[in-house]
Design a protein around this ligand. Sequence first.
Ligand SMILES: Nc1ncnc2c1ncn2[C@@H]1O[C@H](COP(=O)(O)OP(=O)(O)O)[C@@H](O)[C@H]1O
Ligand SMILES: [Mg+2]
Length: 231
Amino acid sequence: MIRLNNVTLTFPDGDSHITAVDHVSLTAHPGTVTGITGPSGSGKSSLLAVAATLIRPDSGQVFIDDVDATTLDAREATDLRRDTIGIVFQQSNLLPSLTAHEQLSVMNELGSKHSKRTRSLAATRADELLDAVGLGDQRGKRPHQLSGGQRQRINIARALMNEPRVLLVDEPTSALDQERGASIIELILNLTDQMNTATLLVTHDLVHLPRMHGVVQLVDGKLSQATPAAA
Ligand SMILES: Nc1ncnc2c1ncn2[C@@H]1O[C@H](COP(=O)(O)OP(=O)(O)O)[C@@H](O)[C@H]1O
Ligand SMILES: [Mg+2]
């Protein structure tokens, strides 16, 4: 579960400041996708960065299950992020020289806990996830040999490597055509169900919203409308 409680985030702007996120509260439960929509500049990516514990808000709390991430120091937040949060950023940041399989398995090398055993578990998990995103037969391909949609699938698979409780995805369809975009949304809905993640999915593409369990809209950093999660 992820719960944002009355979160406000400002950025300095000359002598003044910009309120990117303005007293936002929202909860997402395991196995559900909450859509976050709103115009450009409304604070969607900022909200996701706070949820990801990458930026500490000015005020409010970010609960990942029972842990208030805003009380953690940088080191603890990094550990929490690695162990419980999967993040898919707007711009794909795959490493050009690595194969699809390596993009995933390298996740095991981050942090402290790698050994021969964890390495082999990571290799197996990478295979399973590449199958789950429909790229089992592309495991040896490098990013330049893959389409935009396939690269996005690898991004999503990579975010799931450490079995996160929370999955955060920023505009995954923005560089894709309608059909490939729809299949990425479909994939995120299916993976959320299979992996039981609490998923926040930012999209400004309204056609996808009816598929989600709940939708919130941001306008000028404020929640302007909230639909409760469907049963
Ligand atoms: N790192 C930053 N420094 C200063 N202002 C920022 C920064 N990131 C975002 N902003 C500002 O915060 C507001 C919300 O931006 P953002 O969260 O990127 O919106 P969205 O993702 O909905 O397009 C905008 O006014 C933007 O200019
Ligand atoms: Mg954004």
